[in-house]
Every structure is written in structure tokens, then in C-alpha cells.
Design a protein around this ligand. Sequence first.
Ligand code: NDP
Ligand code: 2IT
Length: 451
Amino acid sequence: MAVSDHVDLPTFMEGVKKRNPHQPEFVQAVQEVAEDIFEFIGDKEDYHAQQILRRIAEPDRVVSFRVCWEDDAGNIRVQRGYRVQNNNAIGPYKGGIRFHPSVNESVLKFLAFEQTFKNALTGLPMGGGKGGSNFNPKGKSVREIMRFCQSFMTELYRHIGADVDVPAGDIGVGGREIGYMFGQYKRITNEFTGVLTGKGLEWGGSLIRTEATGYGAVYFLANMLATKGEDLVGKTAVISGSGNVATHAAEKIVQLGGKVLTLSDSGGFVHDPDGITQEKIDWVKTHKTHRRGRMQDYVAAFPGATFHEGKTPWGVPCDVALPCATQNELLGEDARTLVANGCRAVAEGANMPTDLDGVHVFKAARLLYAPGKASNAGGVAVSGLEMSQNSARRAWKEEELQQMLKDIMLGIHQSCLTYGDQGGGYIDYVKGANIAGRKKVADAMLAFGVV
Ligand code: NDP
Ligand code: 2IT
């Protein structure tokens, strides 16, 4: 008798929990996807017989390595580095690198799992991966960061390649860190290839990659509002985070006529009732990235704003909300508050910022709610376009790339409608994204047989 994974959801999740002890973020990400796709694949015996669900919830490989470096005081420091290569059924592994003290195997496995479906949704040929280290860039000198990046790449280089695995940035990794890592890769291999994305414009980078995640999230939000005949003009927005994704999401909201009320960091949030204008966003970018300052300093620069230490911004009444900081930053209670305050739409800039309770609250309230794998896919989409430009050894113009980004975000919105339209004017974007993203990967896996 053939073995099949045709079991019910609780039994399937029991197995996932058993095989991944002490990995709550990974289990959470699998559960969110499994909740949606169980119903969809109920009658598709091929998927069950081939154990596709079970195989998709197991990374191809997890590489873990020691990263030694010397700090400015001459102390030897030891960090742990990782690369999770989750799935390359539809293209080379692709996904960011995160430097943050909270990085561990569970966090990177969840990110690589999500990345696989996100990348499939873009329509570009990219598999899913993620990497990083528990290195904390806060308080480190630029030379310490350089030495760490070089040491990290001295091991990572053997696992990646332009047709194998193409990392990029994520939390704590921006253009500067990509530069140090690319320099080290080139030095070791003597090859100039598109092995990383998010590169500088002078050395193989793509226009609009820096802006793409935040801009794309707002394009997606605008697409959702358009289904109700609405736009962003005059709408108030609450945004968390103050890094790459948050500041560019804020910028696009302002460009499209909305008013941004909040930004935040791990110290708390700023509430500016006058609106966070382009000038103020530019100040935040410079302050956080170049001066490596804190959001609490905003109130001295812009009196009229208030700083709320240790708090998240979800209690500020708003029309739209964009969580753009980190995972599990918006809990069930916050979701209930947003709904009670009349929030119309939520688009995730971060990966899995809403916990499972919050996801259920948004679904029950039939909110316009986009999961990160759909709404934050603009960043990796332009990374995919950077790979194309590198392979073709050419560079597209800004207007061409802007249009491609808009088209890709519209395409993802359409995929969500195809699989998430519940009738009665309600679109379940989580379900739509989970089914559409997973279907492409699963069908490719079926074609390969048992590998
Ligand atoms: P940055 O490093 O540029 O900024 C991160 C921001 O989030 C900072 O404001 C940081 O505050 C805040 N933050 C980080 N960790 C925490 C925490 N534990 N609690 C509260 N605040 C926190 O990263 P990005 O903007 O690139 O990434 C933000 C999110 O977007 C992440 O979830 C990332 O995975 C996701 N993402 C990023 C993409 C990209 O292209 N960069 C693409 C798609 C998704 P502080 O300065 O205090 O640490
Ligand atoms: O989460 C993400 O999509 C990213 N950090 C960007 C990945 C990429 O390869 O551009």
C-alpha cells in the first residue's frame, strides 16, 4: 500500500513540530501556508502520493558555519553564520542576508520558506533561500563591519554562485555590507559575476533596487484599495520600522497623496500628527543609515511629534497600516485595535510581521490584508531584474524598471485574486498568495520525480 501524506492538518502540523523542535518561527510559517493549501489540495492525489507538502516543508539544506573576526580592541569574536537553501525547483536559490542578534536557524528557515513562495509569485525564475548571522551591527565601527563581512564571505563563497544561490540584503545588510561581501567574493574567486544583488550602480547594481520593496508594497496596497474604488489620496498611514523598507514605503505613500503618521525602531515609535513629509523621511534615512542614530532623536529635530518608548504604533488610528520592521511585531491584540479603529487595509512590508492570531483577526474582519510574501515581493523582483541585467551585461533605464516593478506587483495582485476571491466582495490575499506561490513550486517538483 502506497504511503501518502493525505492526513488532516493537525496531524501534519504535529509532524512538522516534532521534526523541528525549538523552531517556533518556522513552524508558524508552515502552519500559515498549510492552513490555506490543505483545502486546495484535498482532492489532488498526485500531490499527496508524491509527498509534496512534506517535501516542501523540508529545506534542501541548512549550512551553518563559524565566523571569526577581530574587533577594534583586538579581541577575537566568534559568531555563527548560516545559509538556508530551501528550494531551487524553479530557479537558483535567492534571498537576503540578515545580520541581527535574533538570527537563529528557526528564523532563517522561516524566511527561506516564505521566500520560496514569494519568489514564485514574482513570475521570475528564482528559488528560495536566506542567510545571515547573529552578528549585531549596532555599535560596531565601519571597519569592524567590513572585517565581519569579509570573514562571513570567506566561508559563504563556496556555497553560492550566479547560477547556484544569489544572496542580497535584509535587516542589518544594506549597500555598504553588500559592497564588502562582493569585494571579498571577487577577491577569493577572481570572478566578476552577479552573485549578489543590491550592488552599487557602478559595479553591476540595478536602478530602483533600493526603493523597490517599500515602493512595491505601496503599489500593492494601491491595487487592493482600487478593488474598492479607493486610492491613497488623503489617507492616513501608520508604518513601523525606519529602515530600507519603512522609509521607502513612507516615501511612496507621500508621493501618492497619503499622510504618514508614524515610523519606529526597536526603541519605540514616533507619532507625528503633522505628517512625516519627504523632508522628514530624508532626515530619518540620513539619521538611521549614515549617522546610525535612533528614532527617539526625531522629536528634537521636529517638535510637534511625540516619542513612545518601547511601544509599537498600532494604537494610532489610521486608514492603512504597513508593518515594515520584523517578524511578529503585530500581535492579535494589535490587529483587533486596528480593526476597531477603522483601519481599511494592511500591507506587510516585513516578513511575517503579523502573528497567527493577528492573521485570523484580519481574515475574520474581511480586511484588505496582504501577507508579506505578496506585498513585499517588489524587492526580490527587482533583484531578479538585476540578475537578468547582469547576465545580459546591460542596464535598463529607470522608467523601464519602474514600469516592470509596477507590472510585477499588479501580476501578484492578480494571482491573489485568482486563488483568493471568496465571493461577496472579499478577497483572501493570504490564501491567494499561498496557493498561487506554492502551486508553481509544487508542479515543478512533480516534474522532477523523487529527488
Ligand atoms: P533595515 O535593517 O533597513 O531596518 C530594519 C528596521 O526594523 C529598523 O528600523 C529596526 O530598528 C527595525 N527592527 C529590526 N528588528 C526589530 C525588532 N526585533 N523589534 C523592533 N524593530 C526592529 O531592514 P529592512 O528595512 O531591509 O527590513 C525590514 C523588514 O522587511 C524585514 O522583515 C525584512 O525581512 C523585510 N524585507 C526586506 C526586504 C529588502 O529588500 N530589504 C525585502 C522584503 C522584505 P533598529 O534600528 O532599532 O534595529
Ligand atoms: O525578504 C526579501 O525578499 C529580501 N530580503 C530581499 C531578497 C532579495 O534577494 O532581494
